[in-house]
Design a protein around this ligand. Structure first.
Ligand SMILES: Nc1nc2c(ncn2[C@@H]2O[C@H](COP(=O)(O)OP(=O)(O)O)[C@@H](O)[C@H]2O)c(=O)[nH]1
Ligand SMILES: [Mg+2]
Length: 225
């Protein structure tokens, strides 16, 4: 069993996170690394979705995952066991990552895994704080799982404003919940008309290929230009 590398992140002393995030995005563009910031509530299926995507990513792109958590390392262990380069980032109680903390994580996964073309940050499970900090990612993705309910876009609007992609996960449970797709799309699009929306079940694999193809296309465009 591979040992998980754990990085204790240091809180940034920079005052202007937005400026630092723009600098990091440029650095990543030059290095041809497509960074995706994956945000959602705990338990909505971030780690399961990454595992499901691996079926389409392996052999097609060099990719890795930075798993952020307040203190545990179970998610990085899960990804490593699936053969995906992964490091665990500990925030020491903080409920978000800023651009400098993300940069610390990128340095460590580069040391572990070498050159990567696609990198995911599994952010802290929370619909509030992560939305407030630009991590320097090229794409912000948020997951809403069916059992959480279709009222989340109305209750946590900032998350749905900063996200470029919404993944509605656990669609295998639609028959037993009163989740309304039309209401969700209406609420999301009223705040973010350009949101890309995918419906998947990370558990059964339904819809995952279309999401994987979209991510691969975005990564290719980012890394070519
Ligand atoms: N029914 C169902 N369960 C899922 C699906 N995706 C994830 N889960 C379950 O939801 C729980 C939390 O998933 P996890 O990926 O750890 O969520 P995370 O905290 O966002 O990383 C686990 O028990 C998963 O098996 C799905 O598409 N359908
Ligand atoms: Mg997880």
């Amino acid at each position: 069993m591979d040992l998980v590398k754990i990085i204790e992140l240091k809180e940034s002393i920079l005052e202007d996170n937005d400026q630092d995030a723009a600098v990091l995005r440029d650095e990543l563009k030059n290095k041809k690394i497509f960074l995706i910031n994956l945000m959602s509530s705990p338990g909505s299926g971030k780690t399961t979705t990454l595992l499901a995507l691996n079926r389409y990513f392996k052999n097609r792109i060099r990719w890795g995952v930075m798993e952020a958590d307040i203190d545990s390392s179970v998610d990085a262990q899960t990804m490593l066991e699936a053969g995906v380069p992964s490091v665990q980032l500990h925030t020491g109680g903080m409920c978000h990552l800023d651009a400098d903390m993300t940069r610390q994580g990128i340095r460590s996964i580069e040391t572990e895994a070498g050159n990567l073309e696609l990198l995911f940050l599994e952010n802290i499970g929370n619909l509030v704080c992560p939305a407030e900090f630009d991590t320097g990612a090229a794409l912000n993705m948020t997951i809403l799982s069916v059992p959480e309910g279709d009222d989340k876009p109305a209750k946590y609007p900032l998350m749905y404003e900063v996200a470029d992609v919404l993944v509605v996960n656990k669609i295998d449970t639609l028959p037993v919940f009163d989740f309304n797709k039309e209401k969700t799309e209406r609420d999301v699009r009223s705040r973010n008309p350009d949101m890309k929306i995918f419906y998947i079940s990370a558990l059964t694999g339904e819809g995952v290929e279309a999401l994987a193809d979209y991510i691969l296309k975005c990564a290719e465009e980012w890394n070519e230009k």
